[in-house]
Design a protein around this ligand. Structure first.
Ligand code: ZN
Length: 148
């Protein structure tokens, strides 16, 4: 049978039970935070303030749009920062390769040790939903600030 036979050409209807999977995800509506003090503190750290969006990061944001970037931030925070003991904690966030990675290093949201140091949220327990939203809000605020 040909690989490109009629059966293959016929698009399959998505079964109703799988429809949720094809509905585009929308980013969370985050509470309003004032990060002014935090960004002032971060700006006094030579290490933290050395991070900026690169040309490729900016191109990526342009291509994907801010909603997608926030969805990625939500995903990274949930999977790599929120667990009580994240996999490879301390080195789970690459230095480059995604604008959110840069934002994580710039804001001390890269690992639980830095998160505790900069945001006073203790290590060794899972982050609550609110704490995850807070982290995403910090990351998105930093990215918006960089884009100005
Ligand atoms: Zn760190």
């Amino acid at each position: 049978m040909s690989l490109f036979g009629a059966e293959e050409a016929e698009p399959k209807a998505v079964p109703a039970k799988d429809m949720a999977a094809v509905v585009p995800k929308v980013p969370k509506v985050l509470p309003e935070y004032d990060h002014t003090k935090l960004f002032e503190r971060l700006d006094r750290s030579d290490f933290r303030r050395s991070f900026h969006l690169g040309v490729q990061d900016r191109a990526y944001i342009d291509k994907k749009g801010m909603d997608a970037i926030q969805l990625h931030a939500e995903d990274f925070v949930e999977k790599r920062l929120a667990p009580a003991f994240p996999h490879n904690d301390g080195s789970q966030t690459p230095m480059r390769g995604h604008p959110v990675f840069r934002a994580q290093h710039a804001t001390g949201c890269c690992c639980r040790g830095c998160f505790e140091k900069w945001h006073h949220i203790p290590m060794g327990r899972p982050l609550t939903e609110k704490e995850q939203e807070y982290a995403v809000s910090v990351l998105m605020s930093w990215i918006r600030k960089e884009l100005k």
